[in-house]
Ligand binder design. Structure first.
Ligand SMILES: Nc1nc2c(ncn2[C@@H]2O[C@H](COP(=O)(O)OP(=O)(O)O)[C@@H](O)[C@H]2O)c(=O)[nH]1
Ligand SMILES: [Mg+2]
Ligand SMILES: [Zn+2]
Length: 315
């Protein structure tokens, strides 16, 4: 039997077979990906082969993971040298953000793009809760839209609560598997409910004091929409680190830097302190966003610090 993993809850997975039956399934054995250890061998979106467990018709063993078209992976937030699979076999990704309630975390957008860019996964940058915006927020939105549209991303705003922009957004999803990510409280569950009211996912109030959303979704889950679309909702990802990437990979995957880097004096220029750097010149001339560059430097420093720590600890 073959099916799609639609939910992962740690050691158990829900697998939906082609005729719609759902089996509680588990997997036996250790799994690695590109030689790296994984905290979870199977991801939502994976196609798997199942074998029913004897004596129980509702549970099954995952015998085989079919080859993946792609997968999104991040460094495990708990175990530094483990990778955590977020989802597999996706057609596109949506990074959902807010400008207020909760406040914008702009750095997250660049980190998210750094995760999808190496895989060539089309990524749409969406800002939710437009119903709350005053002139100030509209102005911030316009600036962000400019930065990301200029480098080729689809940028849009919606109000999941009031329905603004939802019709157009929905048409983007048709016939595709879409990963939706964003901090907790940005409105992922509300958005999915607006798209498919029958799903009635739990949503949470944002605490008035901290502006932080409480945790509702803890595990990634795939939801099917009537229009023939699948959405993978991921639990509020708080941070994305990239110590699994090397500095060159990071610079190659800031797409607008890569466009200029062949004009840098040094072919291995990292656009940090090197002289005659075309990327830094483009920033001075306003061709490349300084905001993106600052996030780039922060990520490079994190990788560098981690590597220094490893050198000193001889891991
Ligand atoms: N004003 C406003 N509030 C929203 C909107 N979308 C979601 N919310 C609220 O934001 C809170 C968090 O939403 P939720 O869907 O649970 O966020 P999630 O953690 O990303 O799944 C809830 O109180 C929602 O009602 C929106 O478009 N406008
Ligand atoms: Mg949620
Ligand atoms: Zn350079």
């Amino acid at each position: 039997m073959q099916g799609t993993v639609i939910k992962s809850t740690g050691s158990w997975y829900q697998v939906k077979t082609n005729n719609g039956d759902i089996f509680r399934s588990r997997i036996i054995g250790k799994f690695r990906l590109d030689g790296k250890k994984l905290t979870n061998p199977v991801a939502v979106g994976d196609q798997v082969e199942l074998e029913l467990e004897t004596g129980d018709e509702r549970t099954a063993l995952i015998k085989k993971i079919l080859p993946r078209k792609n997968y999104v992976v991040r460094q495990s937030p708990r175990k530094a040298h483990f990778l955590h699979l977020i989802a597999a076999n996706i057609d596109q990704a949506v990074v959902l953000n807010t400008i207020v309630q909760p406040n914008l975390k702009q750095g997250f957008i660049d980190r998210f793009l750094l995760m999808t860019e190496p895989l060539d996964i089309p990524t749409i940058i969406v800002f939710n809760k437009s119903d709350l915006w005053t002139d100030k927020e509209w102005d911030i939105y316009a600036q962000l839209e400019h930065i990301y549209q200029k480098i080729g991303y689809d940028v849009r705003f919606i109000s999941a609560l009031e329905g603004e922009g939802i019709k157009d957004f929905k048409s983007l999803l048709k016939d595709k598997i879409t990963l939706i990510s964003g901090h907790s409280g940005v409105g992922k569950s509300t958005l999915i409910n607006t798209l498919e009211p029958q799903l009635d996912l739990a949503t949470f109030e944002i605490s008035n004091y901290s502006g932080k959303g409480q945790h509702t979704t803890t595990f990634a889950e795939m939801h099917d929409l009537n229009i023939g679309a699948s959405i993978i909702d991921t639990p509020g990802i708080k941070s994305l680190s990239f110590i699994n990437m090397n500095p060159q990979e990071v610079s190659h995957n800031f797409r607008e830097f890569f466009e200029y880097s062949h004009q840098c004096k040094f072919s291995n220029c990292m656009h940090i302190n090197e002289p005659k750097c075309a990327v830094k010149k483009a920033i001075q001339e306003g061709e490349i966003s300084e905001l993106r560059y600052i996030n780039y430097i922060t990520i490079q420093e994190e990788i560098n610090n981690q590597n220094a720590w490893e050198r000193n600890n001889d891991l």
